[in-house]
Design a protein around this ligand. Sequence first.
Ligand SMILES: [Zn+2]
Length: 418
Amino acid sequence: MKDTYILTNLLIALLVINTVIKAWLEKRNRDHIRENRSEVPALFAEKVTLEEHQKAADYSIAKIITGKVFRTFGLIIFVGWIFFGGLEVLDTFVRTFEQGPIVTGLIFYGLYILVGMVLELPEGIYTTFFLEERFGFNKTTGKTFVIDMIKGIVLGAVIGLPLLAAILWIMGALGNTWWIWAWAFLTAFQLVITWAYPRFIAPIFNKFTELEEGEVKDTVLALLNRCDFVSKGLFVMDASKRSAHGNAYFTGFGKSKRIVFFDTLLEKLTAGEVEAVLAHELGHFKKKHIVKKMAMLFTMSFVGFAVLGWAYSSEVFYHAHGVSTPSAYMALILFSLIAPVYMFFVTPISAWHSRVHEFEADDYAAEYSNSEELISALVKLHKDNASTLTPDPVYANFYYSHPPAPVRITHLKNSGAN
Ligand SMILES: [Zn+2]
């Protein structure tokens, strides 16, 4: 009883602390952007017009306000599920079907996710068709939006339900050490998805065509040669179907990889700038950032499963979070709802770690390509994404996975001078 009380109150306390910190950081950021709205930072004076700078400020502020509204809404849903008996009501309902534990779990999950999708629909619609639309980024039509949603549901069902059934089976059948097996199974599954995603899943949502012959291709091939990188094909993805934001990435295992450019990136950048952007991505690969990130992810999920192993067999865990009857599927749902509340304090650490990697990748690009080209690509991409050049430093330190553009450019200028 006492433990239940402690766990409930710990969750409430963390929710309050997290909410206060988030609100405080957002307010700082909004104020900082507003204060710097009237003048382009000196570093960008020649490259960014006042109009573009102000558009970025307005877009950032609009995103902050929208985020605040929907975050509050999300908090209400969370409280509804846990503190006002939402999960308990749904659980009582699915138990009336009198199925075995795995089927009951699948029905529970199906309904839970469906309810979640309906509740999150306003945010998706507002963000895509109002916020992004207002600033000219949205390319998604109503039709694409609906088709994407249907594809997402089908894909989620085809992949998610068997996966969930397997984990529920492991939880019920493999005794006290089930969580180690479940972790191993999920880790193997993630590796398979990483392999299968570019081949089978991404083509469901986008079209991939081979990069045309020409200056960009020649420049890119020369860079790959210089970096001793074997590519398994250069592709262009029709990202412009959905958004005007630009990007480049590559996928695959081992030494050979598919390199994918967003068509939006190729439209906006010169061959030299594309080369510099790709060199940055190659830097991530060469410095083993991708492998390191995966290793860290798997370690963290191992710890997560150990905690889940404890929670699953502890009545306190259910009672403290508004559920009367323990079950495998309920343990999973509760854990996935609550873990982010406890993990909030990890955000600045992982953001910092990611920024260290960005600097290293920029250094690599400066060495094998050209730092001036990367700077001019960054400025262009920043303009197109309308990210603010003047975020609050505390906010940026807490959340940003990439250093703010002025910081990154200053770093590149220094490393280019070496
Ligand atoms: Zn990067």
